[in-house]
Design a protein around this ligand. Structure first.
Ligand code: AR6
Length: 200
């Protein structure tokens, strides 16, 4: 296994990979976009995905928006991946951090869960996530990492089609925090069947 990749094994036969990279290059069936409710694009990972995928993504977002209005926080919708290697982009809206007393954890958990359920509905096998809400939306990464990993491990174990989730993390610091969160999850006993492979 390449250095700096952490693999969380979720029986039976599921894996969650933690790695550093640019999610626009991920070769998974779908990549998840940390969008905003307008679905009209923005900065950060949202801007990068629209730039790399091209205008067909925004065009579909516009249609979704006209049909169903703004996307509520914690929900997810899918569009084409257009020019990306991934065939689909799943757009979800993370919560803005407000100190932690406005349901931020539940809403963040919902982003991961709804995205994976949508991938399952589309019969996909692999999905890549960025660290939702921890950039412009200000969610502390240490807190977000535990919520994100718990939600993905728990949901993945319930799915048939989706067998691999990845966290494609943009910088070494974020990867380190997610790796530590995976170890904490393992030692917490919350998911007794999971294991971790890591060589960093
Ligand atoms: N690949 C992987 N991760 C990335 C990439 C990339 N190419 N680019 C940035 N990140 P953010 P949010 C990381 O701000 O906090 C937008 O304007 C970044 O380092 O993109 O959910 C939307 O339109 C950070 O760790 O998303 C919304 O208005 C993580 O992705 C708002 O920002 C998330 O940072 C959403 O804010």
């Amino acid at each position: 296994m390449p250095k700096n990749i952490v693999r969380v094994v979720v029986p039976p036969g599921k894996t969650v990979l933690l790695l550093r990279g640019d999610i626009t290059l991920a070769r998974t069936d779908a990549i998840v976009n940390a969008a905003n409710s307008s679905l009209m694009g923005g900065g950060g990972v949202d801007g990068a995905i629209h730039r790399a995928g091209g205008p067909a993504i925004l065009e579909e977002c516009r249609k979704i928006r006209s049909a169903q209005g703004p996307l509520p926080t914690g929900k997810a919708v899918a569009t084409t991946g257009a020019k990306l290697a991934a065939r689909h982009v799943i757009h979800t809206v993370g919560p803005v951090w407000n100190g932690g007393k406005r349901n931020e954890a539940e809403l963040l958990q919902s982003c991961y869960r709804e995205s994976l359920l949508l991938a399952e509905k589309l019969k996909l096998t692999s999905v890549a996530f960025p660290s939702i809400s921890t950039g412009a939306f200000g969610y502390p990464v240490e807190k977000a990492a535990i919520v994100a990993l718990s939600a993905v491990v728990e949901t993945l174990a319930q799915l048939n089609s989706v067998s691999q989730a990845q966290f494609v993390l943009f910088d070494q610091f974020t990867l380190g925090v997610y790796s530590q969160a995976a170890r904490e999850l393992l030692s917490s006993g919350k998911f007794p069947s999971i294991g971790i492979d890591s060589n960093d």
